[in-house]
Design a protein around this ligand. Structure first.
Ligand code: MG
Length: 382
């Protein structure tokens, strides 16, 4: 039995993780569970998983007994006795200290949250170096693209890789004329063609900031420079990503777009088990298309990649600024074409070449958030 702690249980990835655990009760034991809000869904999860210790960012709900409550929060759950693998499915950068604590305590981490590496990749890298061993055994990607690359790299040598090619669905605006993007609504942006996800990542998929964040994630997971991490539009989301090798040969990983597959693989690697995901034969995929990613249509993608390549504290800034911009867009305070200038402006204002320590990451994150929230408040607000 593998002891699991699940951080972020009520979001899309958290719920699907519980489906995977429930499909294999002989293999996994949920030892810890945490959510941001004490929602009805969380209460139901607590009842369904009575052996898991629990924590909620909002404070202890009445239905969690004091014995069950993990006073030390995410870090306590992630490092508890009996927990071997921590699934990180929180939103934002809240789990960064818990990820660092888990790695330091010798736990494996299955990372579904890209903000952790975007904002603190250098800290995670240092923790992995200190832990020793194969970093991909300790820090396992759940994001479908990175799971695909991981699977393509099995049995290969990283020095034989020419480049990683992340696939991008292109989001709902892949065929909209760039000139028309100023007038798209939050509802338009939330209508993702293939994946059903939370609002933050869905908007990030429409701007392709999500894909630029995935390049940052890949840079830390696979230790390749940004010049060897590219992206291609692939509307069907069947090819989850590709690796090109020095001889010109490609490997790709394909499958039905269902996050329970990469979640489960991160839990069972190197084994594979039957999955609750629907199976699909290749005949059902039809035509698979690939097209270049047009930076003119996705200026925020380019802005994030250029800033990230300059390193230093810029990942932290990009992460915080994007979160504020997404909230402002969803609230109707800014238009869709403002993402790139807001991200560039934030990097211009706060960017520095030194990599920040954990306390500095938290302070910078808070500063960028509060300043930009004020800058981007809806017109007419005090
Ligand atoms: Mg992804």
């Amino acid at each position: 039995m593998t002891g699991i702690a699940l951080l972020g249980s009520t979001g899309s990835i958290g719920r699907q993780t519980l489906e995977v655990l429930a499909a294999h009760p002989d293999r996994f034991e949920l030892r810890g569970i945490a959510a941001g809000r004490a929602s009805e869904g969380f209460t139901e999860q607590l009842a369904a998983w009575p052996r898991a210790r629990a924590w909620c960012a909002e404070g202890r709900p009445a239905d969690i007994s004091p014995e069950r409550w993990a006073e030390g929060g995410l870090e306590e759950l992630a490092t508890a006795d009996g927990v071997e693998l921590v699934v990180v499915a929180t939103t934002g950068m809240t789990a960064l200290p818990a990820v660092l604590a888990a790695l330091a305590a010798g736990r494996r981490v299955a990372l579904a949250n890209k903000e952790t590496l975007v904002t603190g990749g250098h800290l995670v890298e240092a923790a992995l170096q200190a832990a020793g061993g194969d970093p991909l055994e300790r820090l396992r990607p759940v994001d479908s693209e990175h799971s695909a690359i991981w699977q393509c790299l099995l049995g290969e040598r990283i020095e034989d890789v020419r480049r990683l090619v992340l696939t991008a669905s292109g989001g709902p605006f892949r065929d909209v004329e760039p000139g028309a993007l100023a007038n798209v609504s939050p509802e338009d942006a939330l209508a993702h063609p293939t994946w059903r996800m939370g609002p933050k990542i869905t908007i990030d998929s429409a701007t392709l900031v999500n894909k630029a964040f995935e390049a940052i994630e890949a840079r830390w997971l696979y230790r390749l420079p940004y010049g060897r991490i590219e992206a291609v539009i692939h509307p069907q989301s069947v090819v989850h990503s590709l690796v090109e090798f020095t001889d010109g040969s490609y490997k790709a990983q394909l499958g039905v777009p269902d996050m329970r597959l990469p979640i489960q693989y991160a839990l069972t690697h190197p084994e594979r088990l039957p999955s609750p995901a629907r199976r699909q034969a290749p005949e059902a995929w039809g035509t698979l298309e690939f097209a270049p990613l047009d930076p003119a249509r996705f200026p925020a993608y380019r802005a994030v990649r250029e800033a990230a390549a300059r390193g230093g504290n810029r990942g932290t800034i990009l992460n915080a600024a994007d979160e504020v911009a997404v909230a402002a867009f969803l609230g109707g305070a800014i238009g869709f074409t403002r993402f790139a200038p807001i991200l560039e402006g934030a990097v211009e204002r706060w960017g520095a070449d030194d990599e920040p320590a954990l306390e500095q990451v938290a302070a910078l994150d808070a500063e960028v958030r509060s300043a930009l929230t004020l800058d981007l408040r809806p017109r007419g607000a005090a």
